[in-house]
Design a protein around this ligand. Structure first.
Ligand code: PAF
Length: 284
């Protein structure tokens, strides 16, 4: 596996792989890699011949009071995981390589970025869209892999490719969970042992929603209330939203439909966690 911190180095490696007829896959990450990221890299290695993992803690997607400074940076361990998962190149640039001091242009995502995560984290998805567009322009991948755990991010990246004509196929991969259901996240590292146990309530609330949707006794509004009740019943957990939405528009649903997604965000102590679950139902 090769590594590099400059755009020239990654571009030369990709150009050489492409000229040998290889399909290029990209897995953008912010590092602090775990088994969830490993599964994304493994999937990329199945779908493409030359896999570039990018590791860059992107400052423009963090709000002023968020955890940019303390976000875990674990490059040595990350490189080990990349080797095991079958990456061919790890691009880990510094901030100065990615962002010009005098930069003038950035992307601004529409309605899709303003609800749910966007409401609590204004500007977050503009930063995500901008960095993903920049990484795609540097790496020029044929495919790119993202986790379904960040459901709204995945929807926005698909819109980015469609609306700005990036010729990149976006593949979403299932969330990897601990045995007790907790979704893997780099931010789980912030949780104490007690908080870690309380955090499983997010998964339990998703399962409750799925069961109640399928039982068809309660309205979606009542199911949202049941999820919130369960979340607040867990010590130290403050829910931000627990909702059932359309998978494409992410608009809140009043009535059941064939495909739905449950979205949850909650603070466990000081740590903000998100999770989601797709629900499929025969309607009518
Ligand atoms: O999901 C992430 O780790 C980041 O938001 C991404 C897509 C790598 C952009 O910085």
């Amino acid at each position: 596996m090769q590594t590099g911190t400059t755009t020239t180095k990654v571009q030369m490696a990709v150009a050489s792989a492409r000229s040998a007829g290889n399909r290029i896959g990209c897995v953008p990450t912010m590092g602090a890699l775990h088994a969830g990221h490993k599964s994304l890299i493994e999937r990329a290695a199945q779908e493409a011949d030359f896999v570039v993992v990018t590791i860059f803690v992107n400052p423009t997607q963090f709000g002023p009071d968020e955890d940019f400074g303390s976000y875990p940076r674990t490059l040595e361990e990350d490189l080990e995981i990349c080797v095991q998962a079958g990456a061919d190149f790890v691009f880990h640039p510094s901030n100065g390589v990615i962002y010009e001091e005098n930069r003038q242009v950035q992307l601004c995502v529409g309605e899709l970025a303003r609800r749910w995560e966007g409401e609590s984290r204004p500007g977050h998805f503009d930063g995500v869209a901008t960095i993903v567009a920049k990484l795609f322009n540097i790496v020029l991948p044929d495919i790119a892999i993202f986790g379904q755990k960040d459901y709204q991010q995945l929807a926005i990246i698909k819109s980015l490719c469609r609306d700005l004509n990036f010729p990149v196929e976006i593949i979403g991969c299932p969330t990897v969970r601990e045995e007790d259901g907790l979704a893997l996240s780099s931010r789980n590292a912030y949780l104490s042992e007690k908080q870690r146990a309380h955090a499983t309530v997010l998964y339990r609330a998703l399962c409750l929603a799925e069961k109640l949707v399928q039982d068809a006794q309660l309205s979606l509004k009542e199911i949202r209330e049941k999820m919130l009740e369960l979340l607040v019943s867990e010590s130290g957990v403050i829910p931000e939203y627990a909702t059932i939405v359309d998978p494409n528009t992410l608009e809140m649903l009043d009535e059941r439909q064939q495909e739905m997604v449950v979205l949850i965000a909650a603070k466990v102590g000081e740590t903000r966690l998100i999770d989601n679950r797709e629900i499929f139902q025969q309607v009518g």
